[in-house]
Design a protein around this ligand. Structure first.
Ligand code: FAD
Length: 308
């Protein structure tokens, strides 16, 4: 039994999600191999070879992998699939783009967003916005799994294991890279941030989000938002935390002017320490908060930043 983890990387560095995914693969009790499909990706492959518990790294290198087009990576995974009982990828935009294609072409059911491995064929996954946990058993010959990073610790580092080049598949031809628009930010990316300061509809406007910046600067925090704040156009879409946004579990999550709807909680309730600032003492966010401040955010946030 062997598991293949599809590495998420930028050709130089591995994304942290890959480390969590390796832990899930190890919990399946299988020998774990990591596939690095990329272009000039020796550095990422070298990093993968130093993840504790990994037995082997497979590198598929070619220009067709430069932009991470899902069609090409899925074809590469399919070429390697016959040797594996489990194929795993992080439940990020990257992994969620690739694995459904792999599952469909292998004619198996994808097991999505697992948070625990009960047995090699049995997994836990949240349903109903995290209000219930389903235990699912798969009878498919190969388990195709996306892994919710917050459910598994990041694998540590270990001695380097062999890196083997595999024959890269020909480009799929079904898609073509056109352009990439990157949101430039000096702040940590939300899913990797150790501290997050999030604002909700209570912020009142996009301009008012500026008052969160000194607080986020002091804490070196990433910045997030509720869907109401995103839908109102206060902040960009990629800031959204929640069921239909990003799932985060930082060490500290500060929710400012966020009521705590279940769809928001689904994305952040696994944070280690939750601080809520809200003028409504009945706001549901206080039900999950470790520390709550009842009051006007426009008074409290500057005071908090000042005190820090
Ligand atoms: C299918 C579906 C998926 C969804 N997915 C998501 C998701 O991924 N993420 C998400 O966040 N939501 C999601 N939602 C929306 C969710 O139901 C809520 O509507 C949303 O989270 C509310 O955002 P909010 O807390 O910012 O706004 P509100 O609920 O309007 O809360 C604003 C809060 O700010 C407080 N406030 C106002 N002014 C001040 C002030 N001056 N000082 C202090 N506090 C103040 C108020 O007391 C209130 O509690 C989803 C909904 C559906 C139906």
């Amino acid at each position: 039994m062997a598991a293949l983890v599809i590495a998420e990387h930028d050709h130089l560095n591995l994304k942290a999600s890959t480390l969590h995914c390796v832990s899930a693969a190890l919990a399946c009790g299988a020998e774990v191999h990591v596939l690095v499909a990329g272009h000039d990706c020796e550095a990422a492959a070298d990093a993968a070879s130093r993840i504790a518990g990994v037995g082997r790294v497979l590198v598929a290198a070619g220009a067709q992998f430069e932009h991470g087009l899902a069609e090409n990576v899925a074809s590469q995974v399919l070429a390697l699939a016959p040797g594996y009982s489990h194929i795993l990828a992080p439940a990020t935009a990257y992994g969620k783009n690739i694995l459904p294609r792999v599952a469909a072409l292998l004619d198996v059911a994808q097991i999505s967003e697992i948070t625990r491995v009960v047995a090699p064929d049995t997994f836990e996954r949240p349903i109903y916005a995290g209000n219930a946990i389903a235990v699912v058993r798969s009878t498919d010959p190969v388990k195709v799994i996306t892994v919710r990073a917050t459910g598994f610790d990041a694998a540590g580092s270990g001695p380097a294991v062999p890196v083997t080049a595999v024959e890269p598949v020909a480009p799929d031809g079904g898609s073509r890279f056109v352009a990439r628009e990157l949101a430039a930010s000096d702040r940590p990316e939300l899913t990797a941030a150790k501290i997050i300061v999030s604002g909700g509809r209570g912020m009142g406007s996009g301009a008012n989000f500026k008052i969160l910046e000194p607080l986020a600067d002091k804490l070196k925090a990433g910045m997030g938002a509720s869907r109401a704040a995103v839908d109102a156009g206060f902040v960009p879409n990629d800031w959204q935390v929640g069921q239909t946004g990003k799932i985060v579990a930082p060490t500290l999550y500060i929710a400012v002017g966020i009521s705590g709807a279940i769809q928001h909680l689904a994305g952040m309730k696994d944070s280690k320490v939750i601080v809520a600032i809200n003028k409504d003492p009945e706001a549901p966010i206080f039900g999950v908060a470790d520390y709550g401040i009842v009051g006007d955010l426009f008074d409290i946030v500057p005071q908090l930043a000042e005190a820090l």
